[in-house]
Write a protein that binds this ligand. Structure first.
Ligand code: PFF
Length: 524
């Protein structure tokens, strides 16, 4: 209680595991496998790896670097780059705040599914999703778990939890992959379906899907890497850490597919069901199809189901804590509020918003047309606003900040002066960060917008969508609001650094000591 908590990670590996925890989430365990199978298998994997190298590594380096050089929250970090661009940082805090509200609902689902494994989850998805009380209960459980971790601080909570949970996740994943590959009948068909390279499937849409997936999966454009980066010191090798995070994230994504498809095809072979009869994508794969597969395996399937969904829940918790930390860090530093209180406020607000999200998703899954925003349930609306529109913008800002506002050459000199030698990578990075990566991110953004405003109909013809336009305008309105708030309230006022948390803690400690002394004297 009295120890002066140092803010920041205690070790380099602590940072890597925490950042990998942020990166490994539903995007890996669920999004990657079905996108791969739908977009050309191994051919898609190759494109994905290229995207990780060309966009992911560079953007991640930028975010971690911006955070580390400022040792502060994203607003102050961007402000340090240029006072007129601090609103980039406000966007980097707004995005995670929105994501928490819907990700927690899904996180809650995974906990429910894990605990309910022995009673059986098959066929219960729609009724569960429509049960408002239960959905809220599990969202609360999920948020409470995340809350306790963030409340305990970066070193004592996030780092410690990541050091235990990430290896646990990896071990569970390996065991399930092993199990899945040993099922016999159907396994080779599953592997073929997942990985057989089909280069003809690699159209523009598939390549864009790979780029978008690389972003989301590496937790870029959502403030997380800036905030976690701010908790690292000069002793950490930026290149090695970034490489390790990206490799681990991609490995987990690949393994996730190996854990799912062989089991799925084994089930299909045994039951004589064809691929087209099963839900292979979206929310249905995880919450409808897999439970049937597990149920078919008897008691062993129940055990596997328990661990599988526990693993997904772990991945979701270690992702959400990174986002909670982004928002909490800013609240602590800007308003000088103690971590405990700041975490409670942030979680409380996100929980309040997650209630209509959960309800509207339940309605949507039950076929009720209610609580829609521009034709989408709240979860999809928030998801599109952040993933498709705002996250690429935010990641683009990070690259522009490093490549142009700080200047690529100055940035690489700073990185080297801080002890990370770049070698041959230095000129490559300078060109990438200035031109290649920003242009590619811009392409992702523009095509994302086109697909929203003028999606293709079944005949492949683009048709204007008023709802799509509404979503795009809402997202850009939010961007404008971030800029407005920044210039009104934050540009000319102090927005805090990591030092502020220490000071607030010290004041609290002093007050605590005074109170104890006083009580003691009164007793005497
Ligand atoms: N990298 C995460 C994933 O792949 O699921 C993205 C993410 C989503 C991070 C939601 C954090 C979060 F709360």
């Amino acid at each position: 209680m009295m120890e002066n908590k140092k803010t920041g990670f205690a070790s380099g590996i602590g940072f890597v595991l925490a950042a990998a925890g942020s990166a490994v989430g539903l995007g890996n365990l669920w999004g990657f496998p079905y996108k791969t199978s739908a977009n050309g298998g191994a051919a898609f994997v190759l494109v994905y790896i290229a995207c990780v190298l060309v966009i992911g590594v560079i953007a991640m380096l930028c975010e971690v670097f911006i955070g580390r050089r400022a040792q502060a929250n994203p607003v102050s970090a961007f402000k340090k780059v240029n006072k007129n661009f601090g609103w980039f940082g406000l966007l980097a805090i707004t995005i995670p705040a929105i994501i928490i509200c819907y990700y927690s609902v899904l996180g809650g689902y995974t906990i429910k599914y894990s605990l309910n494994s022995f009673a059986g989850n098959a066929g219960k998805f729609v009724s569960f999703a429509g049960n408002v009380g239960e959905v809220i209960l599990y969202t609360v459980i999920f948020l409470a778990l995340s809350l306790f971790i963030v409340m305990a601080g970066v070193k004592g909570g996030i780092e410690k939890a990541s050091k235990i949970l990430m290896p646990a996740l990896f071990v569970i994943l390996l065991v399930i992959v092993g199990f899945s590959l040993c099922l016999g009948e159907g396994v080779s068909d599953g592997l073929a379906f997942y990985l057989n390279p089909d280069f003809s499937a690699l159209d523009g849409a598939a390549i864009l899907a790979a780029m978008g997936q690389a972003f989301f999966s590496l937790s870029l454009g959502m403030g997380a890497m800036i905030t976690y980066g701010s908790y690292t010191g000069k002793g950490i090798n930026l290149i090695k850490s970034t490489a390790m995070i990206c490799i681990f994230d991609s490995l987990v994504a690949l393994l996730a597919g190996l854990s799912i498809f062989p089991s799925l095809f084994h089930y299909m072979a045994v039951e004589g069901i064809s691929a087209s009869e099963l839900g292979m994508g979206g929310i249905g794969l995880m919450f409808m199809t897999l439970p049937m597969v597990f149920e078919d395996m008897g008691v062993l399937g129940q055990v596997i189901s328990f661990f599988f969904f526990a693993m997904v829940a772990i991945a979701a918790v270690t992702s959400v804590i990174s986002l909670m930390e982004v928002v909490t860090q800013f609240v602590i530093q800007k308003f000088h509020i103690l971590r405990k209180r700041a975490t409670l406020v942030v979680t409380g607000i996100c929980f309040a918003v997650s209630i209509p999200v959960g309800i509207s998703l339940g309605y949507a899954l039950n076929g009720t047309e209610a609580l829609l925003i521009f034709g989408n349930n709240w979860l999809d609306f928030f998801d599109i606003v952040t993933n498709t529109v705002l996250m690429p913008v935010c990641a683009l800002f990070a690259c522009v900040a490093v490549g142009w506002l700080i200047g690529a050459e100055k940035a690489t000199s700073e990185i080297e002066a801080d002890g990370t030698s770049l070698g041959w990578f230095r000129p490559v990075f300078e060109v990438m960060v200035k031109y290649v990566t920003p242009i590619l991110i811009l392409v992702v953004e523009i095509f994302g917008l086109i697909d929203l405003i003028a999606p293709k109909n079944d005949a492949g013809v683009r048709i204007f969508s008023g709802n799509g336009l509404g979503i795009v305008l809402s997202a850009y309105l939010l961007l404008g609001i971030c800029a407005g708030i920044y210039f009104l309230f934050f540009r000319n006022s102090y927005t805090g650094t990591n030092e502020d948390e220490k000071q607030t803690d010290a004041i609290e400690e002093k007050e605590e000591i005074e109170a104890i002394k006083e009580a003691y004297t009164r007793e005497l």
